[in-house]
Write a new protein. Structure first.
Length: 278
């Protein structure tokens, strides 16, 4: 379905470094980069342009608008979100979504990776000691930082700083003038190797999902759409909240398949049972 077709990689932040080799090998496509399309128009991490839509809608816009611009019918785009982890208190997280759009066959397939593997951070700095402590935590200079007068201001902002000499010079000037500076990690993929790794992980998930075909109609993207609880407790046989089965579904023909005991166990430990361990 995809062999020898042109896949448009929608990025201006060099994500093709991890996406192109992966999809060319997995799908047999020929990748080109949509370098004429400005993805920053849909939102920036540094605050110049607010992202108005959720990650999926934004990635879809990237694909559709770039396909219109280039006259292609196959595209892939990613969109990242950063903030507190939804389940782990006070831990920063990187939530990466990668979307594959095939206009020719009417397909949209996506995968996500929610990861604690991130240097996402920001701080108001008031001294050289605070500056050095922040830089140690965010993997500078292998990972770039952004310098601002204050958190809300983008005027005079300097992005993509990887030179200690440049950073110290700019910081000292602002500290002398304002008494503080605001530093944040530059989360653009080409300036953040850790984020690039998470994007690669999400893309690998996506490639595997695309390669999973519906047993009935052979449409790509046959994947888990539900995880149903109910694995019985080994002691009292009461249903627990642990997963009993996965449900796989096809987006085209609605064929479904159930996979019982996906974690290769038929009973749950009593410590996870509401009856035995209320």
């Amino acid at each position: 379905m995809f062999s020898n077709r042109t896949l448009l990689i929608v990025t201006k932040h060099r994500k093709e470094k991890v996406l192109a080799p992966l999809f060319e090998k997995a799908l047999g496509v020929k990748c080109i980069v949509a370098d004429k399309y400005d993805t920053d128009a849909l939102g920036t991490f540094s605050g110049e342009k607010e992202r108005k839509d959720d990650a999926f809608t934004t990635a879809r816009k990237k694909c559709n608008e770039a396909m219109d611009l280039y006259g292609c019918d196959l595209a892939v785009a990613s969109e990242g979100s950063f903030g507190p982890h939804p389940a782990i208190f006070m831990a920063p997280a990187d939530d990466e979504l990668v979307l594959f759009a095939d206009r020719k066959n009417g397909l949209e397939i996506y995968a996500r990776e929610l990861s604690l593997h991130t240097n996402f951070s920001a701080s108001q700095i008031k001294s050289r000691e605070e500056l050095d402590a922040f830089l140690d935590c965010v993997k500078f200079p292998s990972h770039a930082v952004i310098l601002k007068k204050d958190q809300q201001s983008t005027q005079g902002m300097v992005k993509g700083i990887t030179s200690p000499e440049v950073l110290y010079s700019l910081s000292e000037d602002l500290l002398a003038k304002n008494g503080s500076v605001f530093l944040e990690t530059d989360m653009r993929a080409m300036h953040n190797p850790t984020r690039m790794e998470v994007i690669a992980t999400a893309a690998k998930k996506l490639a595997a999902k695309i390669s999973s075909l519906c047993p009935q109609c052979s449409t790509p993207g046959f994947d888990i759409t539900a995880a149903e609880p109910g694995l019985p407790c080994i002691q009292c046989r009461y249903p627990t909240a642990s997963v009993l089965k996965y449900v796989y579904s096809c987006s085209k023909c609605s064929y479904t398949k159930e996979e019982f005991y996906p974690h290769h166990k038929k009973f749950e430990d009593p410590m996870y049972c509401d009856m035995c361990n209320p």
